[in-house]
Design a protein around this ligand. Sequence first.
Ligand code: AMP
Length: 215
Amino acid sequence: MNVILLGPPGAGKGTQAKKLLADFGLPQVSTGDILRAEAKAGTELGRRAKELMDAGKLVPDEVVIGIVQKRLAEADAKNGVVLDGFPRTIPQAEALEGALSAIGKKVDRVLSFEVPAELVVERISGRRSCPQCGTIYHVTANPPKRMGYCDKDGTGLVQRSDDAEDKVRARMVEYEKNTAPLKAWYQRKGLLTVLDGVGTPEGIYAEVKKALGKS
Ligand code: AMP
C-alpha cells in the first residue's frame, strides 16, 4: 500500500508515519528527513538544499523527484511506503504517478490533515526531535521524561533550524500556494480522505487506520 500524507508543517505527518511504520512495517519516506541527512553529511546537494530549507522555500522538483525515485527502488519499499512531505507540487505528483506505474504500482490513498494556522505555529515552536532516532516531542504537549533528552536513547534533543516562527510562516505560504492544490487534484482521482489534524496523536491515528481500512 502506498499512502501519501498531506498537510501543512506541524500537521502531524511525521508522527502518524512513524505509527504506521511501527504497526504495519510501512517505511516512512520523508523527503525533509532525507534532505536534512544530506545537509548534515555536507554533500553538495545537502548544502544547496539547506539554504532553501532554512528560508522556508521548496527545493526544486527535479531534486526531490530524483530522491524519491531512488528511494522507491530500494528493497524495503516493494510492499509500499508512507510518503511524508512528498509530493508537494503538482509536477511532483505527476512524477510520482509515473514512477509508481513504471513498477506496476499506484498511490492507494492520500490523507490530508487539516490544522488551523495558529495551532501550526504553536505546535512547531514547541517541537523538538531526537537527531539519533527521529522521535518527535513537544515541550508541553508531549514532553520527554527528562527535559531536553530522548526517552529512547538519551540523545540531546534539537530544534530544527527551519522551525523558527518566521520560517514557519514562509513554509505555510509555500504550502498554501504549491501543495494545497494537490487536495483537489487527488480528490478528482477519488483518492483523498480529509482528516481533522487537531487532537491527540492516538485519536488521529484511529482515524488514519479507519481511512486505510486497517482498524
Ligand atoms: P519537512 O521536513 O517535510 O517539513 O520539509 C522541510 C523542508 O525540506 C521544506 O520546507 C522544503 O524546503 C524541503 N522539502 C521537503 N520535501 C520537499 C518536497 N517534496 N519538495 C520541495 N521541498 C521539499
